[in-house]
Design a protein around this ligand. Structure first.
Ligand code: ADP
Length: 455
């Protein structure tokens, strides 16, 4: 608003000034030309007489002026086109006095709706000033034109300024209302109301800010839901073994029981405590994955890590009567942390054992396909129903809850596997084995390794 006001103000000052200057100089030049014309006509005479002056003026054509006065060198009037009574009288116009001193004079001023131009020039003959001419012109047309132009510029400026003010006020109101809404929504979000949304629409910056805000609120809402779900699942998982421990210890305290039964009860308490330990370890592992950045990754040989995981799980496999097989040539590596690769294989093989059938087997294989190293963990177990395949990677999800609990599972193993695979640039899928059982397929970018590196 301030800038347009300043521009319009200077336009109102400057434009009429320029027009006036141009008009004035045109009028002044015109009147001086006419005066010059007269002076040239008179300058052939040695002396001026009123009769000859009048005659000569009649003969000059194109002299359209409102008043012509000619005086002799003593400022005595020899001719006055407007007032014959002033003949022979002294003419005391300052312009004429100056002309008689040898100067050309031109003067213009604005007088109630008309422009008045006056010019005076000495008549010099044979190096002697023998008189002077005085011309006067009134021009109401030019004055009206300048006045009209000035008024037009003024009213256009007023109109423009009003428009600018109107638009500025409207725009400011609209903008501050939208920003106000955004501000209120940010406040609500800050106070924990993640359901708050801004109306979407439009393509300007505020609209884009609104879309970004809605996305942020939606994300916060989702992670809040996930957090609540996680806390409720975790507390449920912790409650179950704690309730069992409480029940077992109450029974021991309240009942007189023989030594063997008491031993059995105390061993059950120990099992529940183990379950709690495993659960808290997995919860800690998940928190670590969520909060800590990935450790420095290095080229890890797959075969030794897989071998170590299988060796660790051999006692469990023996207990369940499951055979473990490894088909993994040395010299193949992946870019990962050795701990992550070990934990991935451990969890998958452990599941293969836990959800297997009697005399079954778990096989770990590696092969190279294009740029990828494919790791498969196959078992001969019960398999996973198709509709549950996408859900088993969710935290606390179990297909067969009773069997998972009995096997000491928490529903967190596969979710840990998926987090670790993803952060090591890999992917994981699960399919059915044609002969029955499941096949977990991992794919990582492949790196060949030299013999000594692979050890
Ligand atoms: P859990 O600790 O219960 O084993 P996981 O996240 O490791 O948790 O596995 C989630 C669920 O997926 C398990 O409860 C089980 O029902 C199913 N599952 C996992 N691996 C297998 C498998 N190899 N065969 C059949 N079912 C499996």
């Amino acid at each position: 608003m301030l800038i347009t006001s300043a521009v319009l103000f200077f336009l109102n000052l400057y434009a009429p000034l320029m027009i006036r200057r141009l008009t004035y100089s045109a009028l002044q030049n015109a009147i001086l030309d006419k005066a010059q014309l007269l002076v040239s006509a008179f300058s052939t005479n040695e002396e001026l007489y009123s009769d000859s002056v009048a005659e000569m003026i009649q003969s000059v054509t194109g002299l359209h002026t409102d008043r012509v006065v000619v005086t002799d060198a003593g400022a005595r009037c020899l001719y006055d086109s407007q007032d014959e009574r002033s003949l022979d009288k002294l003419v005391l116009y300052p312009e004429l006095a100056e002309a008689l001193e040898g100067n050309d004079v031109v003067y213009i001023h604005y007088d109630t709706d008309q422009l008045v131009t006056k010019a005076s020039m000495p008549i010099v003959a044979y190096n002697r000033t023998i008189g002077a001419v005085y011309l006067l012109e009134r021009d109401p047309d030019q004055a009206a034109l300048i006045g009209g132009l000035q008024r037009t510029i003024f009213w256009i400026s007023v109109g423009l300024e009003l428009l600018v003010i109107l638009f500025s006020v409207l725009f400011s109101l609209l903008f501050s209302r939208r920003m106000g809404k955004l501000f209120v929504s940010v406040r609500k979000l800050h106070e924990g109301d993640y359901s708050v949304r801004l109306p979407e629409g439009g393509h300007d910056e505020v609209a884009r800010l609104g879309v970004a805000f809605n996305e942020l609120a939606q994300r916060l809402n989702q992670s809040e839901e996930v957090r609540k779900q996680f806390v409720s699942n975790a507390s449920h998982e912790l409650k179950t073994p704690l309730a069992s421990i409480k029940l077992l210890t109450d029974s021991i305290l309240q009942n007189d029981m023989d030594r063997d039964t008491m031993r059995e009860f105390v061993s059950d308490v120990g099992d529940e405590a183990d379950r709690l330990t495993r659960l808290s370890e997995k919860l800690l592992e998940l928190t670590r994955l969520d909060t800590q950045p990935v450790e420095e990754r290095e080229l890890v040989a797959v075969a030794p890590v897989a071998d170590r995981a299988l060796r660790m799980l051999t006692p469990l496999a023996r207990k369940q009567g499951i055979r473990l097989e490894l088909d993994c040539p040395s010299g193949w590596g992946v870019l990962a942390t050795a701990d992550d690769l070990y934990q991935i294989l451990f969890n998958l093989v452990e599941n293969g054992i836990k959800y297997n059938t009697e005399n079954g087997s778990v096989t770990v294989r590696t092969r190279v396909a294009g740029d990828s190293l494919i790791l498969t963990v196959e078992d001969t177990g019960m398999g996973i129903p198709d509709q549950e395949k996408s859900q088993i990677f969710q935290r606390f999800y179990r297909v067969d809850k009773a069997r998972s609990r009995k096997a000491g599972g928490s529903g967190l193993g596969l979710s840990i596997v998926q987090d670790m695979v993803t952060r090591n640039d890999g992917s994981i899928t699960v399919t059915d084995r044609p002969q029955g059982g499941s096949c977990f397929r991992l794919s990582f970018p492949y790196y060949p390794m030299a013999e000594e590196e692979a050890l």
